[in-house]
Design a protein around this ligand. Sequence first.
Ligand code: OMP
Length: 278
Amino acid sequence: MTTASTSGFATRYLDAVGERGRLCAGIDPHAELLEQWGLPVSADGLSRFGDICVEALAPVVAVIKPQVAFFEVFGAAGFGVLERVIRGCQSAGALVLADAKRGDIGSTMAAYATAWLDDRSALCADAVTVSPYLGVGSLAPAVDAARAGERGLFVLARTSNPEGASVQLADAGGRTVGQSVVDDAAAENVDGTGTVGLVVGATRAHGLDLGALRGPILAPGLGAQGATAGDLPEVFDGADTAWVLPASSRAVLRAGPDVGALRASAEQARDDVESALR
Ligand SMILES: O=C(O)c1cc(=O)[nH]c(=O)n1[C@@H]1O[C@H](COP(=O)(O)O)[C@@H](O)[C@H]1O
């Protein structure tokens, strides 16, 4: 476990996983899941899906990650549901990581930062996923906004999908592109705020040196993409596992729509992670 002193988002994150255990539960309302839950593939169905997820997951899971794409499918009504899901999760004590994967030139990035990380926005979450491929420096407005509000960013470093290798393993002057993202994130976290977290898939060996990061590491890929809790110690060997936040969406959500069964599925996933990373 981590021993160095922390503040800001790092403290909020470590308190949350210390209290509720390491799991990020994704809210990914795929059309197939809406149908499996007996809901219409419509904004109304999405709304019901969101309510069930909030009731089942938000009181027990440390971090909840709504995948913005599945809300965006339903336009303005979908964003309305997303606003309610974000507020509902936060009211029940969960941290919300908006999975929006934003990334643009700095002046546009500032607007994304306002949308996802500023109290004045109805979409304000506790953290947001961002893409560094316009240069990590282009994310500066989001880093500043996150730090100011004790919120976080999760920057894609080594993603869970097989296609990521062609970019993320490319040479960036004696280190990989992925490692350069890790090193830039670590440099932002020397203040102990853990403002700049990473996304590192749990699906395969990542080849990164994560030892100096001092920030959270979202590890998607549990369940539907084939990773298991038992894989985590080897995949994250060398990292401080207090920061490792394994994530699962479909594998947990398939237990719905019964609230009790959905909650039990998330609790089981969390318990599996906690025993694997003990
Ligand atoms: O940023 C992410 O969350 C993410 C990064 C990554 O490398 N791989 C990845 O699967 N994700 C997201 O994590 C979720 C995975 O969903 P499941 O495969 O159903 O668990 C989806 O919302 C993906 O968009």
